[in-house]
Ligand binder design. Structure first.
Ligand SMILES: [Zn+2]
Length: 222
């Protein structure tokens, strides 16, 4: 079976799993681990000062062959950084995703109106995936109508899963201490489908991510 973990912060050695390992861009970070696929982004809760130093580091990272997506980037009502600055940095990262032709992985907490406004302003060609989505059906429906993809983790609302199924659904572990297989099992149960059908459909959905099935070395600017 094929399992895709679309958003995690840990590399996997399980040959049955493909994972997009998310690295938060921080100026002091030196990333040395090996992963097939990575995403790089400035997290709204980790913006340092005006974010300019991180922005310059991010620009270098996105050139790496292992970088398959931008993010997690986003908006978070609980972050200490002002919403204006968050929107500004999110907008830049979303436009960078368009420029380099890669999907955007989004972290959003209680800033849905702002996020939808950003999407309407940018009108992206690249897919926008909301990671760790735990919202209820009305919000899920609104986001799906706007063209977003939803990625669900260990905790999710079954009715949101049913709305995103089949074409707009992705699954992830993020920082949960469970395997992606456990998340697939929970979602298959919520959807009343068998595991193989879920694996097959997510594999079909992954076409939008244009993964190349290659393992890259630790190819980071030092
Ligand atoms: Zn994360």
């Amino acid at each position: 079976m094929y399992y895709l973990d679309v958003h995690t912060h840990q590399s996997t050695t399980d040959p049955a799993v493909e994972a997009i390992v998310s690295t938060l861009v921080q100026p002091t970070r030196k990333e040395l681990s090996v992963a097939s696929y990575r995403s790089f982004g400035i997290h709204p809760c980790r913006i340092e000062e005006d974010g300019e130093v991180q922005w310059n580091v991010l620009r270098q990272y996105v050139e790496q062959p292992s970088c398959v997506a931008i993010g997690e980037a986003g908006l978070d009502r609980l972050a200490t950084c002002s919403m204006e600055r968050q929107i500004s940095l999110f907008d830049r990262q979303a436009r960078l995703a368009e420029e380099v032709g890669k999907p955007l992985i989004i972290h959003c907490v209680r800033a849905w109106e702002e996020l939808i406004a950003c999407r309407k302003a940018i009108r992206p060609k690249q897919p926008w995936l909301i990671h760790g989505f735990r919202g209820k059906a009305p919000l899920a429906g609104q986001l799906l109508r706007q063209g977003f993809y939803l990625s669900l983790g260990y905790h999710f609302q079954p009715e949101a899963a049913r709305l995103a199924w089949p074409e707009r659904l992705f699954l992830e572990t993020d920082e949960a201490a469970v395997s992606i297989q456990v998340v697939y099992g929970r979602v298959a149960e919520a959807l009343s489908i068998d595991l193989q059908a879920l694996c097959d459909q997510i594999q079909r959905n992954s076409v939008i991510l244009r993964l190349k099935n290659t393992t890259f070395a630790a190819d980071y600017p030092q």
